[in-house]
Design a binder for this molecule. Structure first.
Ligand SMILES: *Cc1c(COP(=O)(O)O)cnc(C)c1O
Length: 366
């Protein structure tokens, strides 16, 4: 054994992201085959058939490096979003862009603000570069408490992450709330609007972070192909921002970070509006089903604009997690966010949702 190597002091405190348990792992552990996973907000309908075809077509060219600029995808996105190609940045999932933004902008001792609970990768991204993390609890409706976040801004604040709709609560801040917030944020603070779930938002609640970009603000809007587009396994997300911010991120990114299959599949997925509409529709049907059944069972839940629901079981969440596991269902406890007794459940296929409700009923009657 060699002598231990000391890691950077800044990363000592970091808790590695704990992903939802993979299906195969539970199948191996339990010796069962019909495992369902409602833990990672994945798309139960799968990717667009057009994306699958594009992956097949592209498979024989994986001996070549991918296009480091994602040219074709940028053309498609620029047209769809009415932005210029030089306003787009890509990551292996928008998760990677969170890290890139932190690496590009946070000096040791700078401060990052985000809600608690929210997507835990903001915390990890800031901690890696030695930033101070300023967590602002969500409000009584479990929404980003934007007035409190604005009030928390100080001279060290450099980046604010707003997840809208918020993960794990599923709540959304309105345009009026965001407008008022943006008016209070100094121009030299970077506001990252993480819209990983924007496709699932109902028309009447829809807010578009691009409005602030068009108004000339230092904003990055993060979106992903992992959720509604069903390409989580390929790892591709994107950001829309100013050309200056794109240039800064380009300094910290890997030259070929987005693989060729992901680029081709993303272009095809964008072109399949029918599939996306089907996914969104199925998700709203699933949400309604959950609401109806949770009411029947007397379980309190938070109305969601995403593809997952936060439930307050008023019973130990770890016990619930293990009970569901024993029945072959993988869910997510919310305890990493100090929300004891809460679980977060992704909308699954019709069959999986029914199975979840059956097991939930069994758990509550235990
Ligand atoms: C899922 C998710 C992402 C993106 O995931 P990637 O697969 O890395 O694109 C980003 N933000 C939030 C809040 C998410 O829930």
């Amino acid at each position: 054994m060699g002598k231990g190597i000391k890691e950077r002091s800044q990363i000592k405190q970091i808790i590695p992201y704990k992903p939802g348990k993979p299906i195969e792992e539970l199948q191996r552990e339990m010796g069962i085959s019909n495992v369902c996973k409602l833990a990672s907000n994945e798309n139960p309908l799968g990717p667009s058939p057009k994306a699958i075809e594009a992956i097949r077509d592209a498979a024989s060219s994986v001996n070549l490096y991918p296009d480091g600029s994602c040219y074709t995808l940028s053309l498609a996105l620029a047209e769809k979003l009415d932005v210029s190609k030089d306003q787009l940045i890509y990551g292996t999932g928008s998760e990677q862009l969170i890290f890139y933004l932190c690496a590009a902008y946070l000096n040791d001792g700078d401060e990052l603000i985000c809600a608690d609970p929210s997507f835990s990768m903001y915390i990890n991204g800031g901690q890696i570069v030695g930033a101070k993390i300023n967590l602002v609890p969500v409000d009584a409706d479990l929404k980003n408490d934007l007035p409190a976040i604005a009030a928390a801004i100080n001279k060290r604040t450099k980046i604010i992450f707003i997840c809208n709709p918020n993960n794990p609560t599923g709540t959304i801040n309105s345009k009026a709330e965001l407008d008022a917030f943006m008016n209070k944020v100094p121009e030299d603070i970077l506001v990252v609007l993480d819209e990983a779930y924007c496709e699932y938002v109902e028309e009447k609640y829809r807010v578009d972070g691009l409005d602030y970009l068009r108004a000339g603000r230092n904003v990055v809007v993060l979106r992903t192909f992992s959720k509604a587009y069903g390409l989580a396994g390929l790892r591709i997300g994107y950001g829309i921002t100013t050309p200056e911010i794109v240039d800064s991120v380009s300094k910290v990114r890997g030259a070929f970070n987005i693989n060729s299959l992901a680029q081709k599949a993303a272009v095809a997925a964008l072109g399949d509006k029918e599939h996306l509409a089907k996914v969104v529709k199925a998700n709203s049907v699933a949400r309604e089903y959950f609401y109806k059944e949770l009411k029947r069972l007397g379980v309190s839940y938070t109305s969601t604009q995403a593809n997952f629901i936060l439930m307050d079981l008023k019973k130990d969440d770890k016990e619930a997690f293990n009970f569901f596991l024993s029945k072959g269902i993988i869910i997510r406890t919310a305890d990493i966010y100090d929300f004891v007794n809460y679980i977060r459940v992704s909308t699954g296929s019709e069959e999986d949702n029914k199975r979840f409700i059956m097991v939930l009923e069994e758990f509550l009657n235990k």
